[in-house]
Design a protein around this ligand. Structure first.
Ligand code: FES
Length: 127
C-alpha cells in the first residue's frame, strides 16, 4: 500500500508543529522498533483540550499521524482524548501501510503520556 493523499498532505504541510507555550500536558515517547521520537504538547483548561502541538523526529507516517492527532484532539475532553486510538488516527489518514502502523501507535502513546503528565501536575497543584 502506498501513502494516501491525506498522509502526503499532512507530511508536507504538518499542522500544529512546535513547542506549545503554556502547555500543561507534555508527553514524550519513543518507538523501540525504529528509534524515532515524538513529543506531544497540550493545553488543558476546565477539562477541555484547548490547544495541541507536536514535534516528531520520525518518518512520514509518524509526522502525518501526529499532525492529524493534534487536529482531532482540539476541543476534546480528557476522557474523550484518552479514547483516541491509533486506529482512529489511521482511519483519518485513509489508511497506513501495515509496516507503518507502529508509527501511529506512537501517537496514541504520546497523547496518553501527556494526559498522565497532566494528572501528575494536577496532583502537585501545578496544572
Ligand atoms: Fe519510526 Fe515511523 S518508522 S515512527
Amino acid at each position: 500500500m502506498e501513502y494516501t493523499n491525506a498522509v502526503l498532505d499532512h507530511f508536507r504541510n504538518p499542522r500544529n508543529v512546535g513547542e506549545l507555550e503554556g502547555a500543561n500536558a507534555i508527553g514524550k515517547v519513543g518507538s523501540p522498533s525504529c528509534g524515532d521520537k515524538m513529543e506531544m504538547y497540550l493545553k488543558i483548561e476546565d477539562g477541555i483540550i484547548k490547544d495541541a502541538k507536536f514535534m516528531t523526529f520520525g518518518c512520514a507516517a509518524a509526522i502525518s499521524s501526529s499532525s492529524v492527532a493534534t487536529e482531532l484532539l482540539k476541543g476534546l475532553t480528557i476522557e474523550e482524548a484518552l479514547q483516541l486510538t491509533n486506529q482512529r488516527v489511521v482511519e483519518e489518514l485513509g489508511g497506513l501501510p501495515e509496516a507503518k502502523i507502529h508509527c501511529s501507535v506512537m501517537v496514541e502513546e504520546a497523547v496518553k503520556a501527556a494526559l498522565e503528565d497532566y494528572e501528575e501536575r494536577k496532583k502537585q497543584g501545578k496544572a
